[in-house]
Structures are given as C-alpha cells and as structure tokens.
Design a protein around this ligand. Structure first.
Ligand code: HEM
Ligand code: HEM
Length: 207
C-alpha cells in the first residue's frame, strides 16, 4: 500500500491517522464521562484526568499532522449521490472544527487557575491564558457541549459508512480500512454511474 492518497485510494498514513484518532477520540469521550463522576477517594481520581489531558494533547498533535497531510494530498473521489457527498464534506469539516474547539476548551479548563497541562509527566504545556471570570466553569460547559455534538456526529458518520458498505455495496468503508482493490472500485463506480443514469432517466421521464 502506498504512503500517499491518489484519486481513488487512501494512502496508509491517512488511514493510520483516521483510525488512530477515531480510537483516541471515542476513548477520551468515555474516559471524560467516567472521570467526572469519580469521588475523591477513588484510586483513579487523579490518574484518569491526567491520562485524559495527556491523550488529549496527543489528539491535538495528530490533528495538526492530519490537517497538513490532508492539505498536501489529493482526496480520493467521493462516492455516493451528490447530496451525500456534500453532507459528508460538511461532516468532515465539522469534525476538524469540533476537535479543535474541544482541545481549546479542555486547555482553558485545565489552565484556568494557572496550572499547566502535564503530558505523561514528561513535559508541561504552560498556562498562557487566564482571561475571563469563571473560566473553568464556562470552558467546562463548552467542552461538554462540543464533545456531545462530536460523539453524535461520530455515530451518524459511522452509520453512513455502514450504509455505504452493506446497502450500496460500494468501497467507501473498505478503502478507509485499506482493503479496496481496483476491481472493487471499478464495480462501485459502475454501480454509481448506473444509479445516477437511472435517476436521471427517471427524472426526465417525469417531465
Ligand atoms: C478529542 C479530545 C477530547 C474529548 C473527546 C474529551 C471529552 C471529554 C468529556 C466527554 C468530558 C466530560 C464532560 C462532562 O460530562 O462534564 C471531559 C472532561 C474534561 N476534559 Fe476532555 N476531552 C478531550 C480533550 C481534552 C483536552 C485536550 C483537555 C485538556 C488539555 C481536556 C480536559 C478535560 C477536563 C479538565 C475535564 C473535566 C471537566 C470538569 O471537571 O467538568 N479534555 N472531556
Ligand atoms: C472520532 C471518530 C471519527 C472521526 C473524527 C472521523 C473523521 C473522519 C474524517 C475527517 C474523514 C475524511 C477523510 C479525511 O479527512 O481523512 C473521515 C472519513 C471516513 N470515515 Fe471517519 N471518523 C471517525 C470515526 C469513524 C468510524 C467509527 C467509521 C466507521 C465505522 C468511520 C468511517 C469513515 C470512512 C469510511 C471514511 C471515508 C469517507 C470517504 O472516503 O468519502 N469513521 N472520517
């Protein structure tokens, strides 16, 4: 498998970044929900937020890498009806925007009292902004809202991927898993062309 994307395949780096970030973001969501309910005497009371913040910084780093890679690579042609392609494009943009918003709000919660963000006790990102009153609570509210919207969107995105795979039998999911071969892609494209021609004929016959 090649490193870079081409017009119908994802390269291995885009695939690795996609699934690596997907696993991290979904795990961080559940870790976040779990840790805010812990009581002071729980052994995870301190360790869980430490891990949450450290992996959050890893997500931020991967996001930068991914954006650079995304902008310096072609994007494989999208499969599906025009409205589906447009919806997918907006969901992908929203993912990037929401992850940035989640990371910034997380940073603002942690640094509200002047404390830096320690990454696996290895190095610390300094607190550089204590700008508004009740920063911790307000940023916390935003963090909760952004992460809820993010996880809803992930559910929708995963359902759309499964629909492409099991109902449309196209290569949307398999090429993101690195399984696609050119025969399958041709088959997907032929099916797409047939369905577009059929809906075009159907539309014209009604006029
Ligand atoms: C994509 C990455 C992230 C996801 C999905 C995520 C998710 C969550 C969730 C679901 C909660 C629980 C919210 C609630 O129910 O109140 C939470 C809490 C929290 N997160 Fe994140 N988070 C991420 C990144 C970060 C980062 C980068 C930081 C800090 C640098 C951070 C710091 C915190 C803190 C301090 C809390 C506790 C808030 C409180 O006590 O109300 N998070 N996170
Ligand atoms: C936090 C979780 C996830 C995020 C943030 C995410 C984000 C993205 C983004 C931004 C893209 C656009 C391609 C790119 O820029 O690299 C994409 C593509 C894709 N994702 Fe996800 N994803 C997540 C989870 C999932 C899951 C759970 C599935 C499947 C069950 C999935 C299946 C796909 C597929 C099949 C594509 C390719 C779409 C195409 O080629 O048109 N993703 N994802």
């Amino acid at each position: 498998m090649q490193l870079r994307n081409n017009s119908d395949h994802y390269g291995w780096l885009a695939i690795l970044l996609h699934w690596g970030m997907a696993i991290l973001v979904i795990t961080l969501f559940f870790l976040g929900k779990y840790m805010v309910d812990l009581d002071y005497y729980d052994p995870w009371y301190k360790a869980a937020p430490d891990l949450h913040r450290s992996f959050g910084v890893i997500v931020a780093t991967l996001l930068i890498l991914r954006l650079v890679w995304r902008l310096s690579n072609v994007h494989p042609a999208m499969i599906g009806k025009p409205w589906e392609q447009q919806a997918a494009r907006w969901v992908h943009r929203l993912f990037y925007a929401l992850i940035i918003a989640v990371v910034i709000s997380g940073y603002l919660i942690t640094t509200a009292d002047g404390q830096g963000v320690s990454v696996f006790n290895w190095f610390e990102i300094p607190a550089s902004f204590q700008g508004f009153e009740n920063q911790e609570d307000i940023a916390g509210e935003f963090h909760e809202w952004f992460t809820s919207i993010l996880i809803l969107l992930v559910g929708l995105h995963a359902l759309a991927a499964l629909k492409h795979h099991f109902f449309n039998h196209d290569t949307t999911l398999s090429r993101m898993l690195g399984f696609s071969d050119s025969e399958q892609i041709e088959q997907g494209q032929i099916e797409q062309e047939i369905s577009q021609t059929t809906s075009y004929n159907h539309h014209n016959s009604k006029e």
